[in-house]
Design a protein around this ligand. Sequence first.
Ligand SMILES: *[C@@H]1O[C@H](CO)[C@@H](O)[C@H](O)[C@H]1NC(C)=O
Ligand SMILES: *[C@@H]1O[C@H](CO)[C@@H](O)[C@H](O)[C@H]1NC(C)=O
Ligand SMILES: *[C@@H]1O[C@H](CO)[C@@H](O)[C@H](O)[C@H]1NC(C)=O
Ligand SMILES: *[C@@H]1O[C@H](CO)[C@@H](O)[C@H](O)[C@H]1NC(C)=O
Ligand SMILES: *[C@@H]1O[C@H](CO)[C@@H](O)[C@H](O)[C@H]1NC(C)=O
Ligand SMILES: *[C@@H]1O[C@H](CO)[C@@H](O)[C@H](O)[C@H]1NC(C)=O
Length: 859
Amino acid sequence: MISSHLSLSSSSSSLAFFLLATFASNPILALSGGPGQGPKSYFLSCGSSRKAADSDGRTWVPDSAFLVPPANSVSSTSPALSQDPSLPSPVPYMSARIFTSPASYDFPVPSKGRLFLRLYLYPSTYGTLNPSDAFFGVTANGFTLLRNFSASITAQALTQAYIIKEYVMSPVESGILNLTFSPSWDHAGAYAFINGIEIVPGEDMFKEATMVGFSDQAVNTDGASLENLFRLNVGGQYIGPTRDSGLTRTWYDDTPYLFGAATGVTSQSDKNVTIGYTADTPEYIAPLDLYSTARTMGPDPKVNRNYNLTWVFQVDANFTYIARFHFCDYLLTKVNQRVFDIFMNNQTAQESADVIAWSGSRGAPVYKDYAIFVADGDGDEELWVALHPSVSMKPEYYDSILNGLEIYKMSDTSLNLAGQNPVPSKMLVEAEDRAASFAPSKSSGARLVIGVVFGCIFGFIFVVAGFLLLRRTNNQAIRTNSHVGNWLPLYGSSRTSGSRTASSRSTASSHLSSLAGGLCRHFSLYEITRATKNFDESKVIGVGGFWKVYLGIIDGGNKVAIKRSNPLSEQGVNEFETEIEMLSKLRHKHLVSLIGFCEEGGEMALVYDYMANGTLRDHINSKGKNRPMLAWNQRLEICIGAARGLHYLHTGAKYTIIHRDVKTTNILLDEKWVAKVSDFGLSKTGPELNQAHVSTVVKGSFGYLDPEYFRRQQLTEKSDVYSFGVVLFEVLCGRPALNPSLPKEQVSLADWARHCQWKGTLHEMVDPSLEGQIDEDCFRKFVETAGKCLSDRGSDRPSMGDVLWNLEYALQLQLNPEGTATPATEGCQGNKDGHDHYAMHRKMLGLDEEEGGGGIGLD
Ligand SMILES: *[C@@H]1O[C@H](CO)[C@@H](O)[C@H](O)[C@H]1NC(C)=O
Ligand SMILES: *[C@@H]1O[C@H](CO)[C@@H](O)[C@H](O)[C@H]1NC(C)=O
Ligand SMILES: *[C@@H]1O[C@H](CO)[C@@H](O)[C@H](O)[C@H]1NC(C)=O
Ligand SMILES: *[C@@H]1O[C@H](CO)[C@@H](O)[C@H](O)[C@H]1NC(C)=O
Ligand SMILES: *[C@@H]1O[C@H](CO)[C@@H](O)[C@H](O)[C@H]1NC(C)=O
Ligand SMILES: *[C@@H]1O[C@H](CO)[C@@H](O)[C@H](O)[C@H]1NC(C)=O
């Protein structure tokens, strides 16, 4: 039985209230300052009774001092029943204040300047209250921030465990910010809750924004409040609140919002170029990290003329949006070297943008605001941002550049910012219902078999496939936080766009867009046939059971891989559906990116990034090919990349994803030899949290199949670990997983490698082309790791995270044979051995984190 954790805080907190009220009247005392924050910010952990720090080291204080009587007597506090693993930190999410009738907080704030107000919401079970009964509105000084808001529906639709809403409030002359929570009247048993409130005073940094389509007119944002929907470090990485320039904003990677195959190139400023703030662009506008990375179009002027560098965002209809573009050119120095046009929703926002002309010099940041109204159309509303070289200006380079982009929703004439609740994907609803109905009770913790009825899910997809319009999910891969390490992208992003419109007129398309989320491009059959010269056999670069892969050219020069399903094969169609479903939701450096798909006239095709260097197998298995084989260090790095991709599948998403077909032909290599895991046709979303495995019909590839899975037909992520162990031995030995031409005991690489390992003769199996390349300690670590992966019982195998750790360690041993001070670890549980290892682990992973790079592309 679930016991109630609800405790009415009336009597106990009223004394505290009076004590703390004294504090509250003096802002400085009541505030908590984290590193880098000014003294006037509030970090309130609502419903908590003690001060506590979050994982960034910021201190959060109890909220009771700010409740306006009688709010303290009509509210209650409760801890959350369970902690979702994707929460970045228990503080402030694990405690909540609950309101069953309207109640307010008052905060003394500066009377000038804008206020950054952030609401932290974690829809969980609080006491006996059901998360699905929380429907409420929030107002602040006359502005409606939320109305009939359901945190659980929103979180479910975005597949996030928690939601952070950020508002930039217009200056409050009275010096008091009044925040009121009101449960919805029309929903029986509705209540309001809040986990955390953050208020950071800022400058008055929004003035006028140029109206898109009318360059001589401006929208005045004075007096309006704004809601931040997207905040992107274009061409760069996640920048967390503690690394922001004083306003604890979070900046995300822009890749999930890029549209199409032509995504340009990213670059980073050179160390010898100084990037510094100017009078027009002071520090609070954005951190310098933002300005030191950029996305440009690429080196080829012909290609650049033929495409738009495009981002797409889902927004609510009937609002004006303010887009703030951040620019900094750290490469070019002269006016008219790089001139481009900026479009928003097919209208011209800016003609002939010239960053140097605006900023005056190299390395000087500059920002521009544009306003556009998004009307109510069919289905979900979108905001498109596109850049294209201004050919008519005849600049020196046909290129464009962007360093950062923020999208804000502006309050309307009735001072409203609230949209409607999104409609969650049916697949997610079913998956969650299933997980809930099979969830073991807290005490039993018993292993449960869940028979996953995927047929239903794909059946559903099928029904709607007719008007399929999949879009890539809004979920961003974010890194948890700097303490856990920057490398683990998590599905449950801290952000919400609150953006999907639940338009009743187009329920189906709403379902679908939340099913696959954001923007997965829909190609016409014409585009696909043109790209592949009508499926010319000479363009075939891969053939599988139910499909062929063609090399295609789209958008005037971008190479893509087009996988065409055999229209007669039902399994092919099913695998395609799985792949769209899986890949459209996943974005990771080490997973192949799905660009889009085509479904028309009985044809089905998936369009991926083209992987210039083909499969890993092509480069390690020397038999009969006379191309150079990969060197050992490179092989190790590729294994680490692939391990990272698999680790992300297993732990990074809300639902564990089991690949089921890990093999060297499914590890692809791009032009920079970065490993990307591909082929998700057999993937399954795996057991969640308490369930240990899913039972399924055995599928996979012989030579890589987990014997335990084969015997018991129970799939766990350890089956992928087994297959990956085979991959590791294949990389070391340069022979296929199965080679029937060898003597019987050697046919299976897995069996033979374990036999040799036991006999201590593994050295004899090493690929002759690697002779003299492998450091002895590295070799030992590598084969020890690979061997553990092949353990008979899944429970004896390391997790993918441990494998990754050990491979990183092996690479360090290889690169610094002597200099590695850290003692060798025993077994694959290396990361349990002590803090040194953790520290080193983080360092090693950190080293590897610099993304894309690629240099600025100018010819
Ligand atoms: C705060 O707002 C609520 C609802 O708008 C209102 O009832 C209350 O009087 C306000 N309190 C203050 C101090 O302005
Ligand atoms: C920075 O240094 C590199 C080589 O060290 C040089 O090629 C480049 O021109 C320098 N850039 C500037 C702006 O001085
Ligand atoms: C947008 O405004 C129009 C006209 O006022 C209205 O009919 C429509 O329902 C509104 N759409 C949304 C999503 O609120
Ligand atoms: C912009 O134009 C493209 C191509 O014509 C179209 O697909 C897209 O829907 C348009 N976007 C908007 C917001 O009108
Ligand atoms: C780029 O976008 C603009 C505005 O939507 C459009 O007019 C133009 O045709 C696009 N250019 C290309 C090459 O797609
Ligand atoms: C409140 O939201 C729920 C879920 O989105 C919806 O079903 C209901 O109609 C909404 N109520 C009002 C009054 O808008």
